[in-house]
Each structure stands twice: as C-alpha cells, then as structure tokens.
Design a protein around this ligand. Structure first.
Ligand SMILES: Nc1ncnc2c1ncn2[C@@H]1O[C@H](COP(=O)(O)OP(=O)(O)OP(=O)(O)O)[C@@H](O)[C@H]1O
Length: 367
C-alpha cells in the first residue's frame, strides 16, 4: 500500500497543491517554517483519519479560511482507492472513499495506516501515564473497533461514578446507586484489561527487539504493564470480580478524593533498564531510542495484523539516528513507503537520496 498522489486546499499554510509520490522514499526538504511538517500531517490525516497527537481538527484549516480539503490516491492490494476529507469550521469532518460518503470510519481503518514519528514522541517515555495509555489505546482500537466502544462506554461510566462520589459527600443516601456503576465499570474494565494484556504480549517483545537494534546496548529493556491493581496470575475470567473487589476496597479513598482510584484509566507502562526506570534515569538518547522503538513496534504490529506495512512518516527524526540506522530505515529492510522531512539533505546518505524523490517545500508550495 502506498500513497501515489495528494491534493490539498487551504490545509495549514498550503493554499493549493498537487503532488505525486514515489512508492519508496520521499524527502520533504526546506528551511524552517515552510510547511514540511504540515505536508506530513496532511498525509497522516488522510491515512489515519485523525490529526497527529492531540491537535484539533479545526486547527488544520488555513487560518484565514473556513474550509480545508484533502484528497489522496492510494495504491492498495485491492487496486487504487481515492479518499477525500473535507473540514469545515464548526462542523464534523466529511470523509468520502471512492466517491461515497462514509460515516462509520472504523470500517476504513484496516487497509490504510500511517505511523508518525517526531522528536515530540519523547513524551511517550517522559510524559504522563495518559500519553502511554493513549498510545496503546489508539493502536488497539484501530485494530479492534470493539475496543474503542469499550473505552468510550467505560469513560462514560467512570464519569458518572466520579460524579456520584462527589454527590455522596453531601448526600449519603445516594450510596445505593453506586453498585450499578461498579458493576458496569468492572465488566467494561475487565474487557479493556483483557484486550490490553493480549496486545502487550505482542507489543513488548517487539519494542525490546527494536530497542536492542537501535541502541546496540547489550542489555535488554524490561517493559511492564504497571496496573493500578495487582493482577499478576489473575486468570482472564476472574478480572471482573477482582476489579469489582478493588473498587469496593478503594471506596474510602475514592470518596475522599472524589475520583475512582483503580482501573485501567490509572494504568501505565514502565520501562526498565538494569532495573532502573528509563523515564527518570534514562539518558536523552536512551529515551529517544525507546520512543522510536515503540513506533517501529507499532508499525510491525500493523504489518502482522494486516499483511501491509503502514506508511512511515518521519518528521525531523533522522538527526537522532546514526548513519547505519538511517540507512536501515530509509533503504527499507522492512519495505514500505517512507516520507521524511529535513532541513539538511546531507542527513541522508547520497546513494539512498539518489533513489528517492526530493521535494523542495517553500512557503506552503511544493517544488
Ligand atoms: N492552520 C494554519 N494556517 C496557516 N498557517 C499555519 C497553520 N498552522 C500552522 N501554520 C504555519 O505553517 C508554517 C509551517 O509550519 P511547519 O511546521 O510545517 O514548518 P516546517 O517546514 O516543518 O518547519 P521546521 O523545519 O521548523 O520544523 C508555520 O509558520 C506555521 O505557523
């Protein structure tokens, strides 16, 4: 699968552009603040149907406009697919595939996917637990739309339970309503925990493998799912009861804080090297390598699930890698379409650059 062509209108600092791409390496090159990242974001939005990280969709519209339009033509195993996205201020985005408007976006997730990596992904290691949960949840929900539904129902139930906890401070008789929320939370939470456990079983060995490869360190990284409940050795079918018991046990603390203190919404990932937490004790380089490994593991997981390598979008990421790793990624030992931004073409080995296509980005235009 690869993107053969893109058209943009009033997307970020692009007024109008149409560009054809190579199925291999594509390099967006130019000075700072010209639009290299914006073009990468446009590709990501077309592929994954959501903006990079927590950017709001409306912020993608050019500042002095009220609408933005993107069209991408993809080459997939079932032939060419064209996908259009229309953003309108104050409205939901519209998605059309092969000319037909689509409302259930999860039906479009399987075939086309992109993995975006930039130095900001350091937050996956150094940032708050919610960043790591989001990383897990987005990948799983994409591969299993049912999981996305568990998550949204769980957060609705959690919101109601937290509201009730606060109300209980004023009116104790409301306590009878708590059981119903605990029941809901524990069955949805157990489904989330089960799915995450099955997923991390695949993800963790891959992250370890890429970390070893990228870091050339002798020691393996140890990755753990750091739960807010002790779940080691709990069989999958007992998760609901264990969670329910944990909710009851934490009730005094929950009432005091007004928040539910246990559950998958409090869980985290922990990365240890030589027994020390990389989040606090890792060097900048080790943390960067780990965030890159997480993204490469994501890419591999998609390949294993779908048989198709996602498109790789590397924003200003080459400077972090030595020449051998740049070569490995850009030459494609794991073949896929790659888009790279750089302000310095010498970051790309000359023989590889010759095989790729280079686009000069200047003030929202592509040359
Ligand atoms: N919605 C928008 N409308 C118009 N311009 C925007 C919008 N959002 C961002 N920009 C501007 O687009 C310009 C290009 O940003 P971009 O991040 O793509 O630069 P870049 O070429 O990747 O630069 P760098 O090399 O510094 O990372 C910036 O000046 C930014 O302020």
């Amino acid at each position: 699968m690869h993107l053969t062509k893109i058209r943009l209108f009033d997307f970020r600092n692009f007024r109008e552009a149409e560009v054809e791409f190579s199925g291999g390496l594509n390099v967006f090159y130019g000075d700072n603040a010209q639009g290299k990242t914006n073009l990468l974001e446009a590709i990501h939005f077309l592929c994954n149907l959501r903006p990079v990280r927590t950017t709001r969709e409306q912020d993608l519209i050019a500042w002095d406009k009220t609408k933005a339009y993107l069209k991408g033509v993809f080459y997939t195993s079932s032939g060419p697919v064209d996908r259009e996205l229309l953003l309108k201020a104050g409205d939901r985005k519209k998605v059309r595939e092969c000319g037909v408007e689509r409302h259930r976006l999860s039906e479009l997730y399987w075939q086309i996917h992109a993995v975006f990596f930039s130095p900001d992904d350091l937050t996956l290691v150094k940032g708050r637990p919610s960043e790591r949960r989001r990383f897990l949840d987005l990948i799983i929900a994409r591969l299993k739309p049912q999981y996305g539904r568990y998550l949204s129902e769980y957060s609705r139930a959690l919101f109601q339970r937290n509201r009730l906890l606060k109300d209980l401070r004023r009116n104790r008789t409301l306590i009878t309503a708590l059981d119903a929320w605990d029941e809901q939370l524990s069955s949805l939470g157990a489904a989330i925990l089960r799915t995450r456990a099955a997923f991390t079983e695949k993800l963790f060995p891959l992250v370890r493998k890429y970390y070893l490869y990228f870091s050339r360190e002798e020691r393996e990284i140890d990755i753990r799912y750091a739960g807010s409940m002790v779940l080691a050795d709990v069989p999958a079918e007992s998760l609901r009861e264990v969670f329910l018991a944990a909710l009851r046990e934490s009730l005094p603390r929950d009432l005091e804080s007004g928040y539910t203190q246990v559950g998958p919404h409090r869980d985290d990932l922990q990365f240890l090297l030589g027994g020390r937490d990389l989040r606090y004790f890792g060097s900048q380089g080790q943390q960067r390598t780990l965030s890159l490994s997480l993204k490469f593991a994501e890419r591999r997981i998609f390949f294993e699930a779908t048989g198709v390598y996602p498109i790789l979008l590397l924003d200003d990421a080459l400077s972090e890698l030595d020449v051998n790793r740049r070569r490995w990624i850009l030459e494609g030992e794991e073949p896929c379409q790659v888009f790279v931004t750089t302000a310095d073409l010498s970051a790309i080995p000359g023989d590889i650059l010759k095989k790729g296509r280079v686009y000069r980005i200047r003030a929202g235009t592509v040359g």
